[in-house]
Design a protein around this ligand. Structure first.
Ligand SMILES: Cc1ncc(COP(=O)(O)O)c(C=O)c1O
Length: 289
């Protein structure tokens, strides 16, 4: 039976080999723990195949590069590590978490050039990210924090440090009975949720914030392509919060969230309409194809 995440049976890939789940540990003087020098990926395996697994491996390497870390592994080697983990644990439908970080070494200050870059891959069986809320339309709070400018932090990286305000905002949202929070960016435009990108529908056309200041999700890119292939107009543009009133539908996209309809953001309400249902169904078919 699944217990705390550090107390389970199974295998985790760590620095090139499979180790017992409970022995996949790091030292307290790990650089990443103190200075957030860590990047990661969230991926889903459907019926034994990771959806866009290679793209995720490439993004992991790129996130590391953006944090001035050289990946010790190629994308093909990372692909193989993920396969090994899934096979060793006997998982066919699972969430896969790859993480790369600056370890413990000769440096224990801000500078960490002499510390090794390390990597691990774990996987676990995981259901719908928003649980029951998914089909009723998730309820989102509006985060008090703003997504930062790309001049402040490398916003294109899937890096641990960018999630500090996500955890805080998600806790605040859950306290209000919401399943997630929507961030505005530092200029006040609509940005993304704490672990997913956002889309809106108006008169059959789709609008989504330009992803030049937050993670351009692999699911986001997939969904935009699918919509375009279906002949649906997609407008990637700056969206002001006051426009939310004019949208009829809203949905989130992400590896964990998949395509999740949104029913409410703050005081704005949305219907779980045809465009959302269709794209959610098409995405489900695609990931299992
Ligand atoms: C902050 C944030 N934005 C967007 C996404 C969606 O990205 P993807 O579709 O690549 O999972 C995620 C999930 O990884 C995320 O954590």
């Amino acid at each position: 039976m699944a217990g705390a995440y550090d107390d389970r049976d199974g295998k985790i890939w760590m620095d090139g080999k499979l180790v017992e789940w409970r022995e996949a540990n790091i030292h307290i003087l790990t650089h990443a723990l103190h200075y957030a020098s860590s990047v990661f990926e969230g991926e889903r395996c459907y019926s034994g195949k990771i959806f866009k697994g290679h793209e995720h491996s490439l993004r992991l390497i790129e996130s590391a590069r953006l944090l001035d870390m050289q990946s010790p592994y190629t994308a093909d080697e990372i692909d193989r590590a993920k396969e090994e983990v899934l096979e060793a644990n006997g998982f066919k439908d699972a969430y896969v978490r790859a993480v790369m970080w600056r370890g413990s070494g000769e440096d224990m200050g801000v500078s960490a050039r002499r510390n090794p870059v390390r990597m691990a891959v774990a996987a676990w069986e995981w259901g719908s990210y928003y649980g029951e809320a998914k089909w009723q339309g998730a309820k989102l709070d509006i985060a008090k924090w703003k997504r930062p400018s790309p001049e402040t932090i490398p916003t294109a990286a899937k890096a641990a440090g960018l999630y500090m305000i996500c955890t805080m905002s998600k806790h605040a949202a859950e306290e209000k009975g919401c399943s997630d929070a929507l961030f505005m960016d530092w200029e006040g435009y609509v940005a993304e949720a704490t672990g997913a990108n956002i889309f809106f529908v108006k008169d059959g056309e789709v609008h989504t914030p330009l992803a030049d200041r937050f993670l351009n999700g692999i699911t986001r890119q997939t969904v935009i392509q699918m919509l375009k292939d279906n002949g649906t107009a997609v407008h990637e543009r700056r969206i002001k919060p006051e426009e939310l009133e004019s949208f009829q539908e809203c949905f989130l996209t992400g590896t964990a969230a998949e395509v999740t309809p949104v029913g409410q953001i703050g005081d704005w309400h949305f219907q779980v309409g045809d465009t959302t249902r269709k794209i959610a169904g098409d995405y489900e078919k695609l990931v299992r194809s």
